[in-house]
Write a protein of this length. Structure first.
Length: 318
């Protein structure tokens, strides 16, 4: 008998805090799909240029990047101060917090008589699972391919749609019908996804090589929308090049400046490692722009992340 561990933590009918919800985090993050080419939602590249100034996106980043070392909780007053550093007014922050609470991503919690919000269990699990993909450099080494084949009855089409959406967000592309392909390094993620969505009775996963008949480079270009992915990398580079240049000149790192620049960079970056699945370098266009965007982000992370965290800790202590 196949073991099922239920839905993704943020897709349970109720969380540990008792709130009832559907797919709040993945509805917030998901990129959508089109057939047969796995593409991004319309305007995603230009959206990267504005995402780093959106209150909800910034709060999401603050909780993901800084709250977990602080037990996953921030007081409202501390969050208001941090968002003020980013140019966001208090009323806007409070409105955004209410929306996150309704989605089951945050829950209200008082500590030492201070009003605040903590990450829900599911949100924390999702951040923990995504750390390696978002915050660690990855290799574009060719390790072969994964194929995911599934057939879900029409009577359960909501589950079918959810699986397709999650596969795309993970980095898979649709070859045809119920056959999907991804770089082999996504093996553990897709197996865990199958258990989370309880689709192990409908899904088979294979390791594979592409033998014929199109050249592999041509086949990949038909499965993934490389032009759109490149546009998103270019948008990130456009938004962060001046920031990276400033810090590369040996600018003295102050905690508040580090917090502002790193938080905005991370907010723009954190979708890219999902929308770009890390295809083997040999099959990508020469001088693939994704290498440059990753270089910019990880240099900023190395330079600013520690000082940014220190600023948050000092703000929390006030």
């Amino acid at each position: 008998m196949r073991r099922s561990i239920g839905l993704h933590p943020l897709q349970r009918t109720s969380d540990r805090d008792g709130s009832s919800h559907g797919d709040p985090l993945h509805r917030y993050l998901i990129c959508g799909y089109c057939s047969p080419v796995a593409s991004v939602i319309s305007g995603e590249a230009s959206d990267l240029l504005t995402r780093s100034t959106r209150p909800q996106s910034l709060i999401f980043t603050i909780y993901g990047a800084y709250s977990r070392p602080l037990e996953g909780w921030l007081s409202v007053s501390a969050l208001v101060d941090l968002m003020n550093d980013l140019g966001i007014e208090e009323a806007t922050v409070r409105s955004a917090l209410s929306r996150f609470k309704r989605r089951g991503i945050l829950h209200a919690e008082k500590r030492s008589s201070l009003a605040g919000y903590a990450l829900s269990y599911g949100a924390r699990q999702t951040f923990d699972a995504g750390d390696a993909r978002v915050l660690e450099p990855r290799s574009n080494q060719n390790k072969g391919w994964l194929l995911a084949a599934f057939s879900i009855p029409e009577s359960n089409r909501d589950l079918r749609y959810r699986l397709r959406s999650r596969l795309i967000w993970m980095g898979f592309a649709q070859v045809t019908g119920g056959l999907w392909i991804a770089p082999a390094q996504l093996e553990n993620e897709v197996l865990e996804l199958a258990r989370e969505l309880a689709v192990t009775d409908y899904l088979d996963v294979f390791r594979a090589e592409h033998l014929a008949f199109k050249p592999t480079v041509e086949a990949i270009a038909s499965w993934w929308d490389l032009k759109s992915i490149a546009s998103m990398h270019e948008a990130f580079i456009d938004s962060q090049s001046d920031v990276a240049r400033k810090w590369s000149k040996g600018t003295a790192v102050t905690p508040v400046a580090a917090f502002v620049d790193y938080t905005k960079a991370l907010t723009s970056w954190r979708h890219l490692p999902y929308l770009d699945p890390g295809l083997p370098a040999e099959y990508l266009p020469k001088d693939w722009v994704g290498m440059k965007s990753a270089d910019i982000f990880f240099k900023l992370k190395k330079e600013l992340a520690s000082a940014a965290m220190e600023h948050v800790k000092q703000t929390v202590k006030r």
